[in-house]
Write a protein that binds this ligand. Structure first.
Ligand SMILES: [Zn+2]
Length: 276
């Protein structure tokens, strides 16, 4: 099934992802935008979950400029309720001691049980890992290797969005833009500064670096710098570009207001990679 968010045909269509190849030193990953749900899974889910409220909605539209920039774009097709592509494959917690959702989530962000008749067992989790998690990560690794053969350094931008208020996970309202570099471990500090320069120069959006969200598994496992890949995650709150209540409509005026800043950040990242 073609992905509803992207008008152009993918270079690689796989049940788990769509891949749009470019040749610049920028790769953008969108692991939580998928809304696919296998029918047998949908039939087992709590009906309250079927609105897929925890999706990172509309990111391909908000970032609609990245392909023109020559970036490579990897877009997940399946809901994070199938499996969370931004969690380690062994299910280890990203934020020990804090509330977070797991590799195969059993609750929504608001604490509703996903499986009224009991959660998936280990065998089912292993099966989903092979069917959905591994292909996405194999594509990601393959593309990073392809781009590294073209460029001495490559930037991996992991794109996310989240409801602005979620009391189970954080107090009050998140800053609008939450940049994560695994506390500086995922990329060179000069990349962080290049990306933040346009953010520091504006006052429309609040922001933080390595606050509540520091970068998930994709940022932490691919961006170690030494291999020439430098990763950064942007978790942004949704109400700066969409309606946070169902049916989660894109607010075009807000998205249009946000887009130039995002574009400046990604252009800065691409320029930084080119200068390396
Ligand atoms: Zn996300």
């Amino acid at each position: 099934m073609p992905h509803p968010h992207t008008a152009q045909a993918a270079d690689v269509s796989h049940p788990a992802f769509e891949l749009f190849r470019g040749d610049s030193a920028l790769m953008v990953s969108m692991p939580h935008v998928g809304t696919g749900l296998p029918a047998d899974l949908a039939a087992r889910l709590n009906p309250a979950a079927l609105s897929l409220a925890d999706t990172d909605w509309h990111l391909p539209l908000v970032y609609d400029f990245v392909r023109e920039m020559g970036a490579t774009l990897l877009v997940a097709t399946q809901s994070r309720y199938v499996i969370d592509l931004n969690r380690p494959p062994d299910g280890a917690s990203l934020y020990p001691g804090m509330t977070t959702t797991s590799l195969v989530p059993t609750e929504t962000f608001r604490g509703e049980l996903l499986y009224p008749d009991g959660p998936p067992d280990e065998a089912e989790i292993a099966q989903r890992r092979e069917q959905w998690w591994r292909p996405y990560h194999a594509a990601l690794a393959g593309e990073l290797a392809r781009l590294r053969a073209l460029h001495p350094r490559v930037v991996l931008w992991d794109a996310h969005s989240i409801a602005s208020v979620l009391p189970r996970f954080f107090e009050g309202r998140l800053p609008d833009l939450n940049f994560g570099t695994a506390d500086g471990q995922a990329c060179d500090p000069t990349l962080t500064e290049a990306v933040l320069a346009p953010v520091r120069a504006q006052t429309d959006y609040s922001w933080v670096l390595n606050g509540r969200y520091k970068g998930g598994h994709i940022t932490r496992s691919n961006g170690l710098g030494a291999g020439g890949v430098h990763a950064i995650q942007l978790e942004k709150v949704q109400d700066i570009y969409m309606d946070e209540s169902a049916p989660f409509a894109l607010l075009k005026d807000r998205a249009a207001r946000l887009r130039p800043l995002l574009k400046s950040c990604l252009q800065a990242a691409t320029d930084w990679a080119r200068a390396g």
